[in-house]
Design a protein around this ligand. Structure first.
Ligand code: ZN
Length: 392
């Protein structure tokens, strides 16, 4: 059993870094700020901050990076409420299922915003995913590289001075900074936290056989270029009382479609991904020793919707739930023998969590009343790994 916070059970080896202060972790400590901060004041500060950027010069006054998640609905809703004129930018991770594409299209049409989706060169992307899996046990790093850098390139190229993100994970998950620090997006922050200290250079060289000129959008723009063009990125979670489960639940009203998964009770976060609660969760378990359920349990304990005992019980139950990972290897073009080799050598301690079909995967776990009324029934998917979404 690894060391964890006595209150929220978050493991101390969290990749962002977690510290214990007296009898709680830095995440719990910072979370308590939410009950003392004057959020009306913070929102006023946000209003005056964005005011400077409104109708800056061109058609758009901010870039909003999205993947089609419930949080993106909430972020976009608030950006529009602030009176901003956003350009919505999505990077295709090629991992969306039919629900994922539905949610992205619904987001764009419901809020009636201009948007575009960047489809990275598939061969290069798969090469990077393959190398990332081999070297770092991580299949989302190439996407995270693009998701955290492509929108910045767009802002620079189109001279849009502001980028608006939803939550700052380092504050919300591990409490590395106070909300009042108003931490902004930076190359350092991106590298240290979003990318777990990897840059795209770590995925090339003796790894992927990729031509450097294909990697421009994977790399963060030069800092002095951003300064010269006054491009900055802010997080709404520093200015609003952030409560993901409640916020995401409310987004169903705007047509967001939740998806059931058997790795967590949360049907909203990353609904629509073919890998997030499957192989990505298994690799997370292998890398850091805990699964996504621990993130959700810590969050709900802090928000007072789960007791400590309920949290432990949910972590124990979900951590043993099986997953079906073969479709990812098919997507990557790995042969059956390659898949068997990977399971035998790289996942040898985790074979009890791997199912060879969707049939013997345990169903959903019955929940506690405090959570149950926050959750709607998620939809079942029809198609996974839909690489390009259907047009509207
Ligand atoms: Zn804690």
């Amino acid at each position: 059993m690894q060391l964890s916070c006595p209150k929220c059970h978050y493991p101390l080896n969290h990749p962002f870094g977690l510290t214990i202060v007296e009898s709680e972790c830095s995440g719990c400590f910072t979370h308590r700020e939410k009950d003392t901060i004057n959020w009306n004041d913070r929102y006023s500060q946000l209003e005056s901050l964005v005011k400077k950027y409104k109708k800056h010069s061109g058609k758009y006054d901010c870039v909003v990076p999205v993947i089609g998640d419930a949080e993106d609905y909430f972020t976009l809703f608030n950006v529009l409420k602030l009176g901003m004129s956003p350009l919505v930018v999505c990077v295709n991770d090629y991992f969306k299922n039919d629900i994922g594409w539905y949610n992205l299209h619904q987001l764009i049409t419901h809020f009636d915003v201009d948007s575009f989706t960047f489809n990275p060169d598939m061969r290069v992307y798969k090469d990077l995913v393959r190398t990332s899996l081999r070297k770092h046990n991580h299949i989302l790093l190439p996407f995270l590289q693009l998701h955290t850098s492509f929108p910045i390139h767009v802002a620079l190229e189109r001279k849009i001075p502001l980028i608006i993100w939803g939550q700052n994970q380092t504050v919300e998950q591990v409490g590395m900074y106070s909300h009042l620090d108003s931490v902004e997006m930076s190359r350092w922050n991106r590298r240290q936290h979003n990318l777990f200290n990897f840059e795209v250079d770590d995925l090339i060289g003796n790894g992927a056989q990729v031509d450097l000129r294909h990697l421009n959008y994977y790399q963060y723009p030069e800092i002095d270029k951003l300064f010269r063009n006054n491009v900055r990125g802010i997080y709404l979670s520093n200015y609003m009382r952030w409560d993901p489960l409640a916020q995401n639940q409310a987004m169903v009203e705007y047509g967001f479609q939740p998806e059931s998964n058997n790795a967590s009770f949360d049907v909203y976060e990353r609904a629509g991904s073919s890998v997030y609660y499957q192989l990505h969760d298994l690799l997370k378990y292998k890398r850091v020793g805990y699964r996504k359920i621990s993130d959700h349990v810590a969050r709900e304990i802090r928000h007072g919707r789960l007791t400590s005992e309920e949290g432990i019980s949910l972590i124990t139950k979900y951590t043993n739930n099986k997953m079906y990972i073969k479709p990812f290897f098919d997507w990557l073009g790995v042969t059956k023998s390659g898949y068997d080799w990977f399971k035998m050598h790289r996942l040898k301690d985790y074979n009890h969590l791997i199912s060879e079909s969707t049939e013997n995967i345990e169903g959903l776990i019955s929940l506690y009343n405090s959570l149950d009324n926050m959750l709607v029934k998620g939809k079942e998917i029809n198609d996974s790994f839909v690489v390009f979404g259907k047009g509207l």
